[in-house]
Design a protein around this ligand. Structure first.
Ligand code: PMP
Length: 467
């Protein structure tokens, strides 16, 4: 380590070098990354993000589905400054608490559906899902049902990157070489209408998914299954909107077989779909547990929350004599500064009626983006409100995908970036999940840039003989 280096005035390229020498980036192809170099982002305001050279981009992905109230919010900055001067952190084990942590608990219980009145805090989504599993296992052990351990998930589900949450994640291409605890998980078919419906009608497709789930429950045995995880709309797996009453019917199966229903609302809560919580208010399902992160603090500070029902709480808060201790917790569970930011963020979301704004402009965004399906390489445009995606195909008739090495999502992403828009490439997809401040002008600019980027990509593909 060179101690003097910190005093040297650094250039942009020096940061790239430092980054490459010392930082391991999440979800990254190290080889490609070192060819392309990193982008050093320096500033954000509203739905714009700026790099070190001052170039502005429309942030079409809200950081990573999370900066819901937009970048550079001064009220949040003031809240942070005030709370950190007062009390940034103290542990919350046993009887220690703080006003922000208690007040945020009250607020989360208020916005959460049904009997979800109790919160366990963490710092993100993976931790929230791990907590949900540990609470479910603990709960069934206390109920004298120690075999109820298995987890039902779906192909293409994304639930996080810790050892357990990654195993619950159903994106098999990400599992390689990690030896995750898959024996705990059973993966069901994703409700991916575009790819999995086949020759069935929509009704038949939903029947197929529900029947498959019931058959799996019977085969594994309800006495061996603890829980079912579901994102209301699957995010990183491809913005997959479940058809019809899929959620209601899978939820009914969980009730029938005493399986806890966990709604992973890490992306879908806090306004992204025009509601504070989507499982109940869009899909009419009351989960036994709900996991929040991202939009809960609009990404200003790491914060996550696992909500549990009165029923689960009643059981876990009365441990048996031989097991009197709930031995689960993190240094930063209920971090005072994080909770205060969460409270302020929710206050802003509610006060400025972000749900109303997204409900108004979401359908316009969907409709305008939907028009891009006129292009020969756009197989489907899907999603809801401010959670949208385009899936590219080599052949629209057969839905044949582009070969992975074509890197189609990345190609469009590169053009869009050059034109001043950040979108997310995921394989054959581009995802759009902007800050909820996105207005008509930002939507129109985004669509225009997407149009131009797709046209440039088609031109490249033709020139290279790839289409
Ligand atoms: N669940 C869902 C639905 C997510 O989209 C994510 C992150 N993209 C996670 C869980 C994991 O959250 P984190 O990265 O904060 O651990």
């Amino acid at each position: 380590m060179n101690m003097d280096s910190t005093n040297i005035k650094r250039q942009q390229k020096d940061y790239w070098t430092l980054d490459k020498q010392h930082v391991i980036h999440p979800y990254t192809n190290f080889e490609k990354f070192s060819d392309e170099g990193s982008v050093i982002y320096a500033k954000g305001k509203g739905h714009h993000i700026y790099d070190e050279q001052g170039r502005a981009y429309l942030d079409g992905i809200a950081g990573l589905w999370c900066v819901n109230i937009g970048h550079g919010n001064e009220e949040i900055a003031e809240t942070m400054a005030k709370q950190s001067q007062k009390l940034a952190y103290y542990n919350t084990f046993e009887d220690a608490s703080s006003k922000p942590m208690a007040e945020l608990g009250e607020k989360l219980a208020e916005i959460s559906p049904g009997a979800l009145n109790h919160v366990f805090y963490g710092t993100g989504g993976s931790m929230g899902n791990d907590t949900a599993v540990k609470i479910a296992h603990y709960y069934f052990n206390l109920l004298g049902k120690p075999n109820k351990k298995k987890i039902l998930s779906r192909d293409l589900a994304y639930h996080g990157s810790t050892y357990l949450a990654h195993a619950i994640t159903g994106i098999s291409s990400t599992h390689m070489s990690f030896d995750l605890p898959h024996q705990l998980v059973h993966y069901l078919t994703a409700p991916y209408t575009y790819r999995n419906q086949g020759d069935r009608t929509l009704e038949e497709f939903i029947d197929f998914l529900v029947d498959e789930m019931e058959e799996a429950i019977i085969k594994i045995g309800p006495d061996n299954i603890a829980m079912f995880f579901a994102e209301p709309i699957m995010g990183a797996g491809g913005v997959i909107v479940p058809p019809g009453d899929y959620h209601k019917r899978t939820h009914a199966l969980c009730k029938k077989y005493d399986i806890l229903y966990v709604s992973d609302e890490v992306v879908t809560a806090f306004g992204r779909l025009g509601k504070m919580v989507s499982s109940k208010y869009l899909f009419d399902v009351e989960p036994d547990m709900c996991v929040y992160a991202k939009g809960i603090s609009s990404g200003y500070i790491p914060l996550g929350a696992t909500m549990i029902s009165d029923q689960i709480h009643q059981v876990i808060s009365k441990p048996k004599k031989d097991n009197p201790y709930f031995s689960h917790g993190f240094t930063y569970s209920g971090h005072a500064l994080s909770c205060q930011v969460g409270l302020k963020n929710i206050e802003i979301l509610e006060r400025d009626n972000f749900c109303g704004h997204v409900s108004k402009w979401g359908p316009y965004f969907e409709e305008e983006l939907g028009k891009l399906s006129e292009y020969g390489i756009v197989g489907e445009v899907r999603g809801s409100h401010y959670m949208l995606a385009l899936e590219y195909v080599q052949n629209k008739e057969t839905k044949e995908s582009f070969a992975p090495e074509v890197n189609i999502g990345k190609r469009v992403y590169h053009h869009a970036k050059q034109l001043g828009l950040i979108i997310r490439p995921i394989g054959n997809l581009n995802v759009l999940s902007p800050p909820l401040t996105y207005d008509q002008k930002a939507i129109d600019n985004t669509i225009n840039i997407m149009r131009e980027s797709i046209e440039r990509t088609i031109k490249d593909l033709i020139e290279e003989g790839l289409w």
